[in-house]
Design a protein. Structure first.
Length: 472
């Protein structure tokens, strides 16, 4: 659209009034920045001028207006097109943004490989349309619910499970028909990664507009294998910082990394498996790496050889966890899938891949390091999550008056993955569900703390390993 506007008009003036409460914008001087309307979305004024017989791309000018609503009203009454302090900008491919950019940095960033060009088979995450029904805490709960749900009349099922009105893509009748056609096969009860470090269960037939609204089966079926894993990341973000990547070895919910608008999650599996349900498929065909031939050629030109798929994956995971990478390219990471810079330094590649493997094992909860707990749990046998309250002085998270996790540093408590503050989110989901923590839950939470602690340490190490940016 922006490219088309450039081709259509002669001059474009953008006066950005800011005021985006979702982004929690503040003025450059630190004072409050308010919207000129009673809405959350930021506002701008665009003036588009078209001169007859002009065929050149538009000249674009930009300016900002910060501050209180009243000050903006006052200035808007006083300003004219000639009195605004405009900055001339030069929107460029591929995004043609109408905001000032560091063009040198953009050129540097664009030397990298877009992750979807590296791993071309990918999809947005699963959308169930009815999480309350389709996603449960245990496999046993799934089995109980699907057997009950399929035995009820359509309207009784709707009422009992509070399913509301049908939509175009999800209907009670569709869901029940899907279950009946599979004959309630317990092998279809599978784990689904729902939120960071939060594994749930669902009944997965792979049929669109069935029990699950959008199962994304063409991609997700590859995650039903025991020895596969993949990236789950966001294409665009609205958050102030970029930390929108995680790993999964299971099928994934659309909101695994974030449930904010415009932060949809995409799954990129490392391996693609042959379709065994297709009779024309060779039964002896092996899995193939989800890595494009063009990318493999490029990395071979850099390193002189093609690394294993796992090492390529680990290398990418490490680079995407570099604090410098995230800060340096923050402006571009908000707009599209991340770009991966390649190195020609084999020693650096191997070192970064090693760190990535450690991160992967931590985030999949497979690392032996997770057994080195740094917290203590203090409480009674109830373990009911009634509140989630953190005390930085005590370094303690309380779930009720008598039950506490002790020994959680503030940096770990505040650590975010995507749109979630991990430790807070995990507990609050259980508070919302009125669940008690089991002994396994308590240990799992303590292991999450260790995983985050080690992640923070590794992220700091990454920036000492990478000598400089751009990576060479």
């Amino acid at each position: 659209m922006r490219q088309n506007l450039l081709q259509t008009f002669t001059k474009i003036y953008i006066l950005d009034l800011h005021g985006n409460s979702k982004k929690k914008e503040v003025s450059p001087d630190g004072s409050a920045d308010k919207n000129v309307f009673d809405i959350q979305q930021g506002v701008s004024i665009g003036i588009f001028i078209k001169e007859e017989n002009n065929t050149d791309l538009a000249t674009v000018y930009h300016s900002d207006l910060w501050g209180s609503r009243e000050s903006k009203y006052e200035l808007l009454q006083q300003l004219s097109l000639d009195t605004v302090e405009w900055e001339k900008i030069e929107p460029s491919s591929p995004f043609y943004l109408f905001i000032p950019q560091d063009t040198d940095l953009l050129e540097e960033y664009n030397q990298g490989w877009k992750i979807t060009d590296i791993m071309p088979i990918n999809s947005v995450g699963i959308v169930t349309a009815r999480d309350y029904l389709t996603i449960q805490w245990t496999a046993e709960e799934v089995e109980k619910i699907i057997n009950d749900f399929v035995s009820l009349s359509e309207e009784n099922a709707r009422e009992k499970y509070k399913l509301g009105k049908d939509t175009r893509d999800w209907k009670v009748s569709f869901a029940q028909d899907d279950l009946r056609k599979t004959g309630i096969n317990n092998k279809l009860i599978v784990p689904i990664i729902y939120r960071p470090f939060d594994l749930r269960y669902t009944y997965y037939t792979g049929k669109s507009r069935g029990f699950i609204c959008m199962p994304r089966n063409e991609v997700m079926k590859n995650m039903l294998k025991s020895d596969n894993f993949g990236f789950h990341l966001c294409r665009q973000t609205v958050s102030d910082s970029w930390q929108h990547i995680m790993i999964s070895s299971n099928i994934t919910d659309d909101s695994y990394v974030s449930n904010k608008s415009r932060e949809r999650g995409y799954l990129l599996p490392l391996y693609i498996y042959p379709d065994t349900e297709n009779q024309q498929t060779n039964l002896f065909e092996e899995k193939t790496a989800n890595l494009s031939p063009k990318f493999l050629t490029a990395i071979k030109e850099k390193l002189g050889y093609i690394p294993t798929p796992e090492n390529i994956f680990y290398y990418a995971y490490t680079v995407f966890h570099s604090p410098t990478y995230r800060q340096r390219y923050a402006e571009f990471l908000k707009i599209d899938f991340p770009l991966l810079p390649l190195t020609k330094n084999d020693k650096l590649f191997i070192t970064l891949a090693s760190k990535g493997e450690t991160l992967v094992n931590l985030h999949l909860m497979k690392s032996d390091q997770l057994n080195n707990l740094i917290t203590q749990y203090q409480g009674d046998k109830e373990n009911q999550v009634i509140q989630v309250k953190y005390s930085p002085q005590k370094q303690q998270v309380s779930i009720n008056k008598n039950c506490h996790f002790i020994g959680i540093p503030e940096s770990i408590w505040e650590f975010k993955i995507g749109g979630y503050q991990v430790l807070d989110k995990w507990l609050k989901d259980r508070k919302k569900a009125k669940r008690k923590l089991s002994p396994d839950d308590i240990i799992h939470y303590q292991k999450i703390v260790v995983a985050l602690q080690n992640t923070i340490e590794i992220m700091q190490e990454i920036d000492t390993i990478i000598p400089n940016f751009p990576i060479e």
